[in-house]
Ligand binder design. Structure first.
Ligand code: PMP
Length: 417
């Protein structure tokens, strides 16, 4: 199996000059056990990347979501390169910004404008400001375990650098709990500005949870009745469920929709979209950034969206994921294990449930990763248009070998089950 000497050596240099070595969600501390995972990537192509030690991985995290057409997609990269040659960042906005806004408005149901930034957190934060400005209210309602970025009001209380006052106006309620939303609205009469949630719930370390039938429709009707701005954070799920928006997939109409990750197959861009009624409100809020007018990612996004539409990408990924994860479940059952797949098949959470401590699941993900299928044990996975039949077949071979190994380890008492 793989070893990571060059990654380790780089990391030793990194900790001397970078806080944490690799901070944030790419940190080796995030992957359990860290020794099973590479730290530095050197090259990528299609569904695969290679680390600095030369190990090959099929990527089931897709860079945490941005990669959707495969690494090094020639259509997107060529559009980006051409734009760079013409003009990227200058003293004026690019015509590509108008084209991209028009494309998104044509594509995404019920949304009539688009605003561009870089990161997902840029646009969730902007959405909250727009909601507050539009309503003249302070409170934001979010879901317990929901993630919307690193702004202090969105981070978990108790994280270093986050103070209690940052959370004064953030109210957290459980997912799929309409009564809890009604209660929080009743307890804060006339002071709830917005409700923000992802299309389905994707908490770290836990199973994904789909919306109960009628959940989104009930949330929408409470928002309409109370004048609360309904914000859909489609940053992670966007373009993996429905090109018209994940709200179409689940049958409701938000006021604001946040996009990022898969919008440009890895080029840095995010978007806030909104209904006609929100347009003047959005225009009032001052919000900008040094690189937000870069034309290259906009050209990349235009090419990416066109490719995703041409290939009916969400439908393809849902089907391919359904096939792959169905086979994986059967394989696990053949070894006497229970593999639980939750969420939608293009972006599921995958977990071995046999051992409540999670050790067995972590051991299996580690064995798969050390053989070339990068499986995170704590986070939902992503598939892409590059996860074709060859990739699926190789993945299943790796899964089979790894099930054999953890089966033997359990039988010999080296792993709990
Ligand atoms: N919302 C969701 C649902 C996300 O998954 C993420 C990123 N993981 C964000 C917001 C924040 O995006 P970014 O890290 O680009 O700021």
């Amino acid at each position: 199996t793989y070893s990571y000497e060059k990654s380790q050596a780089l990391f030793e240099r990194a900790v001397k000059v970078i806080p944490c070595g690799v901070p944030g969600h790419m940190s080796p501390a995030v992957n359990i056990p860290p020794s099973a995972y590479p730290i530095y990537a050197a090259r990528s192509e299609g569904a695969r990347f290679w680390d600095v030690d030369g190990n090959e991985f099929i990527d089931y995290m897709c860079g945490y979501g941005p990669m959707i057409l495969g690494y090094g997609n020639s259509v997107v990269d060529e559009a980006a390169r051409r734009q760079c040659e013409e003009a990227d960042l200058t003293m004026c906005a690019s015509p590509k910004m108008v084209e991209l806004a028009e494309t998104l408005v044509d594509m995404v149901a019920s949304m009539s404008w688009a605003f561009f930034a870089k990161n997902g957190g840029d646009v969730t934060n902007y959405a909250a400001m727009v909601a507050r400005s539009a309503t003249g209210r302070k409170k934001m309602v979010a879901i317990k375990g929901g993630y919307h970025g690193v702004a202090p009001w969105m981070q978990a209380l108790g994280h270093h650098g986050v103070i209690e006052e940052d959370h004064t106006h953030t109210l957290r309620i459980p997912w799929n709990d309409v009564a809890a939303f009604e209660q929080v609205v009743a307890e804060n009469p006339g002071n709830v500005a917005g409700f923000i949630a992802t299309p389905y719930h994707v908490p770290t370390f836990y199973d994904n949870e789909l919306p109960d039938p009628g959940y989104w429709q009930k949330i929408e009707s409470i928002c309409r009745k109370e004048g609360i701005v309904l914000i859909l954070d489609d940053i992670r799920h966007g373009f993996r469920l429905n090109m018209k928006g994940s709200h179409v997939h689940y049958g409701f109409t938000p006021d604001l929709v946040c996009y990022c990750k898969a919008l440009a197959n890895g080029y840095p861009i995010s978007a806030l979209m909104g209904t006609d009624a929100m347009k003047n409100e959005a225009a009032k809020v001052f919000y900008t950034g040094s690189y937000w007018y870069q034309a290259m990612p906009m050209a990349a996004a235009l090419a990416c969206l066109e490719e995703l539409k041409r290939l009916s990408a969400p439908e393809w990924m849902l089907k391919q994921g359904g096939h792959l994860f169905g086979r994986m479940e059967e394989m696990a059952a053949g070894y006497g294990f229970n593999l639980k797949v939750t969420g939608e098949a293009s972006m599921p959470n995958v977990r071995l449930t046999d051992d409540p401590s999670g050790m067995l699941h972590q051991a299996w993900c580690a064995e798969c990763t050390k053989r070339g299928a990068f499986f995170a044990s704590h986070h939902n996975w992503f598939i892409s248009m590059a996860h074709d039949d060859e990739v699926v077949a190789r993945t299943l071979e790796i899964c089979d070998e790894s099930f054999q190994i953890i089966k033997e380890a359990t039988e010999q008492g080296r792993l709990a089950s």
